[in-house]
Design a protein around this ligand. Structure first.
Ligand code: EPU
Length: 421
């Protein structure tokens, strides 16, 4: 196992290139199962979660070539198998998005339930409800979701659950509906840019989809899809993380390749906190003189403030004078990083699904434990400002979703190294 050691205090300055979006690439790679023809996906980040998805496809007898250095994944799913086992699925919850394409293509599939998750309860009741609406018989038995049908038929489906619309649930519905007979209307659909990207990919495969990226998506089923060549959108969460890194170090970063329109809520909150953000020719420049104001943040489905940026924003507020309240409305228990930040001297407490953060003058380095992907990003950010050395253990979590984060940070002035534990 590896750990990251950060010595805080250096303001970040320079340019960071943003990689392709993990959360776009994962369902898009799964969607290649909908055709037997070759598909080429570009801009795919080199991350362990992408590797997990490719491994599952290979296990399903699908030909997958991952050109890691070029960010290209080629898939040809001539005769995919329909069973995704626990040993592979448990490594990554996003594997649940195999259900829709496998059911759509094969009309019979079994995908293991992934098991527990440190960011909280992650039920799939909405996925199952949706697939049933399309005429599938879905049962959960022996740890597997078993979905089968004679054929799928278009229907009206509502995808809004207790915590708003579900991203991968919406992806599953879309992928099941593109080959269904007739028209499907998904209401309460997730509006995340990653869903719009999936719709664009499917459209380039010959699917008939209207409204991708909005709350109502209409899909007219087609007989079959063909191969396609697609480039995934830039990773808005990686971009947001570097924006917060510039802010927490009082730095000046140019974020290249990100789409500012996907980062409205994040930009808005950072500006409210006193960070200067300008846009120029496809780059976002983030400048901070370290003079920050506390802000209250409530996470929500897109276009609200993303839950995937909550830990990073919490890190920023730990060193911002005043009191900020960070409330989780998407994953109410996603606060594992808070007690680790307290180890660095942060003054924060949990009240239900909110963290009350009282900014301190400075954090001080200590060993901390990463619990999940975004929590570890939050801890790395805290380490960038803490006095002395912060050791972030279990760094494999960060490698699931950030391509070479240590190298990218080092290139803009961070004192950061990766060492074997
Ligand atoms: N939910 C239900 N029932 C369902 C599905 C979801 O109650 O059937 C609840 C969840 O428990 C949660 C809320 O709905 O409270 C939202 O969950 P959602 O289904 O939208 O999450 P997801 O699709 O499983 C994706 C991202 C997550 C991101 C969330 C929210 C991918 C691969 N994962 O997960 O990304 O946090 O949407 O935006 O796209 C990450 O990248 O670190 C990450 C966790």
């Amino acid at each position: 196992m590896e750990k990251i050691i950060v010595t805080g205090g250096n303001p970040l300055r320079g340019t960071v290139q943003i990689s392709g979006s993990k959360n776009s690439a994962l369902p898009i790679i799964a969607a290649t199962l909908l055709t037997g023809e070759p598909c080429v996906i570009r801009g795919v980040p080199n991350l362990s979660d992408i590797q997990f998805m490719c491994d599952i496809l290979k296990w399903l007898s699908v030909k997958v070539t991952h050109h890691k250095a070029d960010g290209v994944v080629e898939v040809a799913a001539k005769h995919p198998l329909g069973v995704a086992p626990y040993e592979l699925v448990r490594k990554m919850r996003a594997s649940v998005c195999l259900l829709g394409p496998l059911l759509g293509r094969l009309h019979n599939c079994k995908v293991s339930l992934p098991g527990g998750c440190v960011i909280g309860d992650r039920p799939i009741d909405q996925h199952i409800k949706g697939l049933k609406r399309l005429g599938a018989e879905v049962v959960v038995e022996n740890g597997y979701v078993h979905a089968r049908c004679h054929e799928l038929t278009g229907a009206d489906v509502f995808m809004g659950g207790r915590f708003g619309s579900t991203v991968l649930g919406t992806a599953n519905m879309i992928m099941a509906a593109v080959l269904a007979k007739g028209t499907t209307s998904i209401e309460g659909a997730a509006c995340e840019p990653e869903i719009e990207d999936l719709c664009n990919f499917l459209t380039s495969m010959g699917a008939k989809i209207k409204g991708g990226g909005s709350h109502i998506i209409e899909i007219e089923g087609v007989e079959q899809l063909h191969g396609a060549d697609h480039t995934v959108i830039p990773d808005r969460i990686e971009a947001g993380t570097f924006m917060a890194a510039a802010a927490i170090t009082g730095g000046d970063l140019e974020i290249k390749g990100a789409r500012a329109e996907h980062l409205h809520a994040v930009r808005d909150k950072l500006e409210e906190a006193g960070v200067t953000i300008t846009r120029n020719n496809g780059t976002i420049r983030v400048t901070s003189n370290g003079d920050l104001k506390p802000v209250d943040v409530i996470t929500m489905p897109y276009p609200g403030f993303p839950t995937d940026m909550q830990a990073q924003m919490s890190a920023l507020m730990t060193v911002t004078p005043g009191i900020s309240v960070i409330t989780e409305k998407v994953f109410p228990n996603r606060f594992m990083h808070i007690s680790e930040m307290a180890r660095l001297g942060a003054d924060c407490a949990l009240e239900g699904s909110s963290a009350i953060v009282k900014g301190v003058k400075h954090l001080s380095g200590a060993p901390v434990m990463a619990s999940d992907l975004r929590a570890s990003a939050g801890l790395v950010l805290a380490g960038l400002t803490a006095e002395g050395e912060t050791e972030v253990n279990r760094i494999y979590h960060v490698d699931r979703g950030y391509e070479r984060i240590d190298q990218k940070l080092r290139a803009v002035g961070a004192k950061i190294e990766r060492v074997a534990e």
